[in-house]
Design a protein around this ligand. Structure first.
Ligand code: AQP
Length: 329
């Protein structure tokens, strides 16, 4: 069975964008792949985090992974910092990467902007740590949103560079990006992707927002100048984004939705869209509430860490052996 690895940062409460772009695919894949899903808290600390909020968001994220439909008897769910091999291989991948290629990463450029001299070093070396996350599990496929494509290409380059120098140690992973929903945009600025750490909460729908907040956020979402419900991401980015969200939440195709809303105004469209989002979120939030305080969640994370440690340590051993870092007796 081929292996999947994917991670999400507990850098806030995950958004509908994270769900539609990443998590929804995980659920579809869990029966056919050997799956590792990770709460990447070491990535989250590449920008400052409040300790109690980080702890809470990590637990929330664990509960949400399961609440969306992942089955712990089929998948391995764990917290990155509980598997020390990630940081160890991360260092080796940092030594494999070149400064120029790290500086070219668009996420680094975006996140470094406006920080003056106080750019955390972790922002620059985020991609080699991500490469380590993936390579430790001999991953064949990485399901992610469109924004992570560049990091994935770098992961492949680093793995190939390492294999060329030290022998065939790493499996070269493929990327899987969904056809629709790969990049859900901000509700307030359709030129920017929806992000859980957006300082403007009107830009994103959090997976734990209450019903009133969701309805309000959809009502206030930006639209385009004419009053037509038509999919055209270049000319009508705002309404096209809402149509993608509607399509993914309702299961109706974009063509079907365009037909349904011919001659209908934005008001009715938005109120139906809010209802489609609520129908997607209600069962998830209900399962979340059951799981969040349960000790079963800790048991699942303990078992996940045990399994992940055992696989990751084997890969790390191979790497250290190949590089001459393991002592021979
Ligand atoms: N807007 C999005 N549309 C589709 N997919 C998205 N993803 C993120 N935003 C969107 C996908 O979600 C997964 C987890 O992302 P992450 O938490 O590791 O980091 P990120 O991509 O930087 O996500 P955020 O929400 O924007 O986090 P912050 O605000 O902390 O930077 C990935 O598969 C990602 O592609």
């Amino acid at each position: 069975m081929a292996t999947i690895f994917s991670g999400i940062q507990p850098s806030g409460i995950i958004t509908l964008g994270n769900y539609l772009g990443a998590m929804k695919q995980f659920v579809e894949l869990q029966d056919d792949y050997n799956c590792y899903f990770c709460i990447v808290n070491q990535h989250a600390i590449t920008v400052p985090q409040d300790p109690s909020t980080l702890r809470e968001n990590s637990r929330r994220l664990a509960a949400l992974y399961l609440a969306v439909g992942l089955d712990p008897s089929k998948i391995t769910l764990f917290i990155q910092s509980e598997v020390p091999a990630h940081a160890k291989l991360g260092w080796i991948m940092m030594c494999t990467a070149y400064l120029g290629e790290l500086e070219r990463m668009t996420q680094f450029k975006d996140k470094a902007q406006g920080r003056g001299e106080a750019i955390p070093g972790g922002l620059l070396v985020y991609p080699p740590l991500m490469a380590a996350d993936i390579l430790l599990y001999n991953t064949n496929l990485v399901p992610v949103g469109d924004d992570q494509k560049q990091h994935l290409e770098l992961t492949r380059d680093l793995a190939e560079r390492f294999n060329k120098r030290y022998g065939e140690v790493f499996t070269i992973p493929e990327i899987r990006v969904p056809k629709v929903g790969a990049r859900i945009m901000s509700l307030q600025d359709p030129g920017k992707k929806m992000s859980k750490s957006d300082p403007n909460p009107g830009g994103f729908i959090s997976m734990l927002d209450d019903e009133k907040t969701i309805v309000q956020k959809v009502k206030r979402a930006q639209t385009d100048s004419d009053n037509q419900i038509h999919y055209n991401p270049e000319e009508k980015p705002a309404i096209s984004n809402l149509l993608s969200i509607y399509s993914l939440c309702s299961g109706k195709s974009i063509d079907e939705l365009e037909q349904q809303y011919q001659g209908v105004g934005y008001g009715q469209f938005k109120s139906d869209l809010a209802e489609a989002i609520l129908q997607t979120m209600r069962p998830i939030q209900q399962r979340f509430n059951e799981l969040y305080h349960s000790s079963a969640l800790d048991d699942i994370l303990d078992q996940g860490a045990e399994k992940a440690n055992s696989v990751a340590n084997q890969t790390l051993q191979k790497v250290e052996q190949a590089m001459g870092m393991a002592r021979s007796r």
